[in-house]
Design a protein around this ligand. Structure first.
Ligand code: CP3
Length: 336
């Protein structure tokens, strides 16, 4: 067993477990990314998936925002991508600069599942670099903040594997759902109708929460808090709060009061400032953060974040204003 340094800041874990916090913790989706000049500098030297596959580089980049915003972020998130899973299954995935992911040979019909995917994946062989990057990052963090890990939900991964990249309407992936429903292994969110979400996504994300928590217990580990982010699936909030996740991440289209009413304190809520608000200038950022914190409440069951990933052209100093305001307003509101 590796001995990891004890945590100096466990605010986010306490918030996820529903315990009271002296201020609402904060992290940012895609916090280690292209809006940071230090990230772009590394990206000039290395291909995206080379960084993911090289634990030293993944560690270096995961720590970039933690170092730059020293003391302002309450969690690190491991630098990787959800598309390492389709790679482990045998598909080629390229990351095209300024365009996004590209699969040169996506799944076209159910026969491709046998033809193109490895059925028996040796996870340690194919994804061992992820485990190594996580271990190295945890050691390098020296207990400053907890480390978040992540995985793509099944429907999202399936959609990429069939579409072969980003898509406006997911017509190919949906053709599969509706034409070959028995072929579907698992699923995802906001592009599905509420009925299809219940059929193709909810059962599988529910199964994932159950099996991860069971595995933790079987291994003698206190189950780690788990977050679900189903962008666009406001209609599924109630069901999502009942399937074993500790935290639900919200996009910016969801009203905080609505989310609190529907989830009835069963889960911690995370989110949800519009990422474009970071273009709005310091005053707009400050007043939006205040309104958001007042609406969610800062002393329990709330983790501050954006409603989706930070955009590549955001000024890192605007991000600092966001983080500083979260701290100052969070402390101020907790005094009342
Ligand atoms: O949040 C973090 O800092 C951790 C790293 C992280 C990345 N991707 C790095 C990344 C995480 C958690 C992801 C998750 C991810 N990846 C999701 C789910 C969350 C979401 O955004 O909805 C999805 C759908 C992907 C797939 C993916 N990866 C897309 C669609 C793209 C292109 C779009 C874009 O933002 O450019 C990526 C590329 C990607 N993943 C980049 C980063 C830093 C930029 C790639 C580059 O450097 O060229």
């Amino acid at each position: 067993m590796i001995e990891f340094p004890p945590l100096k800041n466990d605010l986010i874990l306490r918030a996820a477990r529903g315990e009271k916090t002296e201020r609402a913790p904060v992290w940012i989706m895609r916090q280690a990314g292209r809006y940071l000049p230090e990230f772009r500098k590394e990206r000039e030297k290395y291909d995206f998936f080379t960084i993911c596959r090289t634990p030293e580089l993944a560690t270096l980049i995961t720590l970039q925002p933690i170092n730059r915003y020293d003391g302002l972020l309450d969690a690190a998130i491991i630098f990787s991508d959800i598309l390492v899973v389709p790679q482990a299954l045998g598909l080629i995935v390229e990351m095209v600069p300024n365009k996004g992911p590209h699969f040169p040979s996506p799944l076209e019909t159910p026969a491709d599942i046998d033809a193109k995917l490895n059925k028996k994946v040796d996870v340690y062989k194919e994804l061992g670099y992820v485990f190594d990057a996580i271990t190295m990052t945890r050691l390098e963090l020296k207990g400053r903040v907890p480390l978040i890990g992540f995985i793509g939900a099944p429907w999202t991964l399936m959609a990429y594997m069939i579409e072969g990249g980003g898509s406006n309407n997911l017509s190919k992936a949906k053709t599969w759902l509706f034409k070959y429903p028995e072929e579907i292994f698992e699923s995802w969110g906001g592009e599905l109708s509420p009925h299809d979400f219940k059929t193709f996504s909810l059962p599988y994300i529910s199964q994932i929460a159950d099996s991860v928590k069971k595995q933790c217990r079987d291994d003698g580990i206190i189950p780690v808090p788990m977050t679900i982010f189903c962008k666009g699936s406001w209609y599924a909030l109630e069901s999502l709060s009942e399937i074993g996740y500790d935290t639900i991440s919200l996009d910016w289209t969801i009203d905080p009061t609505y989310a609190k009413n529907v989830t009835k304190g069963r889960v911690t809520l995370q989110g949800n400032m519009d990422p474009c608000m970071l273009y709005g200038g310091d005053e707009a950022i400050r007043s939006t953060v205040r309104t958001m914190l007042e609406a969610f409440g800062t002393y329990e069951k709330y983790i501050v974040n954006l409603g989706h990933g930070i955009l590549p052209t955001v000024d890192p100093e605007a991000t600092r204003v966001f983080l500083e305001t979260v701290h100052s307003v969070g402390l101020e509101l907790n005094k009342d």
